[in-house]
Design a protein around this ligand. Structure first.
Ligand code: GDP
Ligand code: IMO
Ligand code: MG
Length: 430
């Protein structure tokens, strides 16, 4: 039976989604990105060789698999072409494997300028965006003044629309943000030149997903960012601008919610966050340093150091509430190998009350005190393990405790960055 499998981050991003999507793509006919843009950085390691993807779905390295960029993605054509060229230089046949929805909203250089100028203008409340124009592009989409990929079909219309939109952006940049404006004509020339490459890749993504389904094939929906960065349900305003919860897979690719068969949530065995915003279990101490060092917690997109802390069950329960997880994949278990004790935040205390689910928004979350339970560390090597039986008993106990606390099965355990460093407990795509 064909399965539409949604794979999303359950935390604040960088959970290891790319690795898991790549691994499971072996059994799939297609992989669909449905939200976000080149703010994402998804790392794949295959036999020691590393590939970082930003916009292109993590199934792209597999021959015979179609990669789709769905309507919910904000698309920077300059970033796309750069990523395509880098992959093509490595022999990956991107233009043969990639299909793009005509409804994708286009990120323009002036969106990027606005994103960066707004961040620079914020004094205390910086979001710490990736500076990729994500927020301003989604704003224009929702305001119904944005451009879509399909607009490139008609160069004259494209020219008129982009001229009008960039005039508005330049007005804001110059008069509101006191920032450099972006010259319009070179952008028009550059973007129209991309048409030749991208227009042949346009496809009706919803129809093609249905065709895979009818043919009995599996389709993977690849989330970017993580549930706690969701525009509505995350730590607003310290969030990204899209629906990172599982519902985004439906709206961002144009299938109905009943078409989503299994929601796989990816979470690290601890927690990281890049950018600003509350992070109750953050460890600004030797533990945080240790996790960052062993886990090599450096942003795949921006090169920023990731903030590190213990696993946060109230945040995961909020994510589960919003996304209806069917199963969990725990990544980076190996990063905890050396620790004598592992802490698990099971609850928060907020103004004297014990909470099992993270409160909505940033302000209440910032006021939460984590309540921890200690679990004995296993202090032995799990790096690269592929068989459940090889896991030390205490590591298995840790996983069993998480399953019990969250009421969810752990179906995959990742023990290293490589595709092979994985313990599959349940096969999701048969
Ligand atoms: P994504 O954005 O969710 O795809 O995750 P990123 O690629 O941004 O960050 C995850 C990082 O952890 C990458 O450098 C991966 O290669 C690495 N990684 C993934 N799974 C594991 C694991 O189980 N153990 C270790 N040590 N590293 C992992
Ligand atoms: P992947 O897909 C981690 C964070 C930024 C910032 C906030 C808003 O690799 O998990 P934006 O540029 O989206 O407006 O920034 O969201 N952020 C991510 N954090 N992983 C990501 O992607 C992220 N994409 C955005 O750091 O805090
Ligand atoms: Mg990432």
């Amino acid at each position: 039976m064909s399965t539409n499998l949604v794979i999303i981050g359950a935390q604040w991003g960088d959970e290891g989604k790319g690795k898991i999507v790549d691994l499971l793509t072996e059994k799939a006919a297609a992989v669909v990105r449905f939200q976000g843009g080149h703010n994402a950085g998804h790392t794949l390691v295959i036999n020691g060789k590393k590939t970082v993807l930003h916009l292109i779905p993590s199934g792209i390295l597999h021959e015979g698999v179609v990669s789709y960029i769905g309507n919910g993605v904000v698309l920077c054509l300059r970033a796309l072409i750069k990523e395509m060229q880098a992959l093509q230089a490595e022999g990956v046949l991107v233009s043969e494997r990639l299909r793009i929805s005509p409804a994708c909203a286009l990120i323009l250089p002036s969106h990027i300028a606005l994103d960066q100028a707004r961040e620079a203008a914020r004094s205390e409340g910086k979001i710490g965006t990736t500076g990729r124009g994500i927020g301003p592009c989604y704003e224009d989409k929702v305001a119904r003044r944005g451009l879509r990929l399909a607009d490139l079909h008609n160069p004259d219309l494209f020219r008129r629309r982009i001229t009008e939109l960039m005039a508005y952006h330049n007005f804001l940049l110059e008069h509101y943000l006191q920032a450099e404006t972006v010259a319009v004509e070179p952008v028009i020339e550059e973007w129209l030149a991309y048409a030749e490459t991208v227009l042949p890749m346009i496809a009706d993504v919803s129809v093609e997903i249905e065709q895979h389904h009818q043919a009995g094939k599996h389709v993977i929906f690849e989330g970017a960012q993580g549930a706690m960065l969701d525009i509505d349900h995350g730590t607003y305003p310290y969030v990204t601008s899209s629906t990172t919860s599982s519902g985004g897979a439906a709206s961002g690719s144009g299938v109905g919610v009943h078409a989503l068969d299994y929601i796989l949530a990816i979470t690290k065995a601890y927690t990281t966050r890049v950018g600003s915003g509350p992070f109750p279990t953050e460890q600004l101490n030797d533990i945080g340093e240790h996790l960052g060092k062993v886990g090599q917690e450096i942003g795949a997109s921006t090169g920023r150091k990731r903030r590190c802390g213990w696993i946060d069950l109230p945040a995961l329960r909020r994510a589960h509430l919003n996304s209806s997880f069917d199963g969990l994949c725990i990544t980076k278990l190996d990063v905890l190998d050396e620790l004598e004790t592992v802490q698990v935040c099971t609850h928060y205390r907020l103004r004297g009350e014990l909470l099992s689910i993270a409160p909505l928004g940033a302000d209440d979350l910032a006021a939460c005190e984590p309540v921890y339970e200690s679990v004995p560390g296993w202090q032995s090597n799990t790096f690269g393990l592929r068989n459940e039986a090889e896991l030390p008993q205490k590591a298995r106990d840790y996983l069993a405790a998480l399953e019990q606390w969250l009421g969810l099965p752990i179906v995959i355990v990742s023990t290293g960055p490589d595709r092979q460093h994985t313990i599959i407990r349940k096969s999701l795509l048969k």
